[in-house]
Write a protein that binds this ligand. Structure first.
Ligand SMILES: NC(=O)c1ccc[n+]([C@@H]2O[C@H](COP(=O)([O-])OP(=O)(O)OC[C@H]3O[C@@H](n4cnc5c(N)ncnc54)[C@H](O)[C@@H]3O)[C@@H](O)[C@H]2O)c1
Length: 452
């Protein structure tokens, strides 16, 4: 693939004489070593992409269990097969918890978590810690790229000063860039290598070096600086966040009007232009969509430009689990059941289908609200064996023969493909369906199903 890097006006006073040509040549000859900090949902597939492109990759993480697993050739992500780890290791992939190894890397990509605090403010502690670790071993002519989602300005205002404590200067001694990860775990159609990569840097030479690197694995989309690249990522996630909230609000309104939202969406999506389907559910989950928009909202508010849409979408999404429980309690009451002592089965607790990630899953809120009404709650998820709810560790129950008969009600929170929805409707007295998962079951069972 040829590197196509347009020239942008330089952001600021660019007196650098560095051109990072040695680094770029190493990248183009596949002689560059790639260090990846954070072996999670983003870092592991990214490492795989660089291994497959012919680079030697070193993964760095603080989590001993993850390092041990990778050293055994085993994956800890359900959608990332052991065979992929084995193939990476055959290509020279290694992992370490020793930071000095990072000085051997020509490019270091930072893929650590960026959660929010209980007050919806950015928590950059992992980025800061990773930056401090890297600053202690940074050497000239390295390329450092932040991939974690951040607010516009974080790479320049937070990451860069920490790295420069090494005595080396960004744009002169080392190259610094921001390139947001667009990983969508479990998505078979679009992977790291088939998804274009946004690359922003604060000088032309740094952008060229970063584009050379990512051009080895996918198509690069250079933008004028790191702040713009950070804003691109947040725009993408705010777009999803607001549209999911919108469709959830429409669901509530259409429900009141006696209209099936799913039928509406399926019909609306036949329009070939100007409409893009989003689907309702029990709320939003994951490490990105319910979190990242608040990075932007926080930053915008600090500049006196509050993002009202994000705040409103947050309110609507947070209300969804309670609505699911309300519908469940109403359906039970119609069947003469009080919530006290009913045994409810939550079906699927991952935040989305066919993956094991339970971060920020609405299933937690649903379980806690049900318990507050006196219900007994169990869950089944073929991909998530355990779930922390408050300070209780729950374990997925097996659904062997006759097991479903013990439940008064099932709530489909996540529609994994591996679940048998026909059996669920046949063997459970009541199924609350938040995902339209029961659409294909025998119409004779429709009386047991309530859409929520
Ligand atoms: N999960 C997704 O689908 C996704 C998609 C796009 C972008 N992102 C963004 O990518 C970033 C990483 O997310 P993730 O889902 O891969 O997180 P993750 O929790 O799956 O993985 C992060 C890894 O970083 C390690 N880590 C934390 N601090 C460290 C440190 N100081 N030094 C070394 N290792 C450290 C953790 O042990 C963990 O293994 C976040 O900013 C997230 O918003 C995530």
């Amino acid at each position: 693939m040829n590197v196509h890097v347009p020239t942008f006006p330089l952001a600021g006073d660019d007196k650098t004489t560095a051109d990072f040509q040695g680094l770029i040549r190493k990248i183009q000859r596949r002689e560059a070593v790639i260090g990846v900090i954070g072996m999670g949902y983003v870092g592991l597939p990214l490492s795989d992409a660089f291994c497959s492109a012919g680079f030697r990759v070193i993964g760095f993480d603080l989590d001993d269990a993850r390092l041990t697993s990778l050293n055994r050739g085993a994956s800890y992500l359900s959608h990332f097969a052991d065979a992929r780890v084995a193939a990476m290791r055959d290509r020279g992939f290694s992992v370490t918890g020793a930071p000095d190894v990072l000085s051997r890397a020509d490019a270091v990509l930072i893929c650590v978590p960026t959660p929010i605090t209980s007050h919806n403010a950015p928590d950059l502690s992992h980025v800061v810690e990773a930056a401090e670790t890297l600053a202690a071993v940074l050497r000239p002519d390295q390329l450092v790229v932040l991939e974690s989602t951040t607010f516009p300005g974080a790479a320049t205002e937070v990451l860069k000063p920490i790295l420069e404590r090494s005595g080396l200067r960004a744009g002169v001694d080392f190259a610094l860039a921001y390139s947001p990860e667009r990983e969508d775990p479990g998505n078979q159609a679009f992977t790291t290598t088939s998804t274009p990569k946004i690359v922003g840097a604060d000088s032309e030479v740094e952008r060229r070096a970063a584009c050379a690197l990512y051009d080895a694995v996918t198509i690069t989309v250079p933008v004028s600086d790191m702040r713009t690249a950070e804003a691109v990522k947040l725009t993408e996630n705010v777009f999803r966040f607001v549209n999911i909230a919108l469709v959830n609000e429409l669901k509530v309104s259409f429900d009141a009007l006696g209209i099936d939202i799913w039928e509406v969406i399926h019909a609306a999506q036949t329009k070939p232009f100007g409409y893009m389907p989003f689907f309702p559910g029990p709320g939003v989950g994951g490490h990105c969509i319910p979190v990242d928009p608040f990075y932007l909202a926080w930053r915008a508010k600090a500049e006196g430009a509050a993002l009202k849409m994000v705040e409103l979408a947050g309110e609507i999404s947070q209300a969804m689990p309670r609505r699911v429980v309300d519908k469940t309690l109403r359906a039970l009451a119609e069947r003469g059941r009080s919530p006290i002592g009913v045994h409810v089965l939550i079906v699927g607790v991952a935040y989305k289908r066919n993956i094991d990630d339970t971060r920020e899953t609405p299933a937690r809120d649903i379980i806690e609200i049900l318990r507050s009404h006196g219900a007994r709650v169990s869950y089944h998820d073929p991909l998530a064996a355990e779930l922390m709810v408050g300070d209780t560790l729950m374990q997925s129950v097996e659904l062997g023969r006759d097991a479903l008969a013990g439940f008064d009600c099932a709530i489909v929170v996540t529609d994994h493909d591996a679940l048998d929805y026909e059996r669920l409707a046949r063997e459970t007295p009541l199924v609350i369906d938040t995902r339209n998962a029961m659409a294909g079951v025998d119409p004779a069972l429709a009386g047991k199903i309530v859409k929520a």
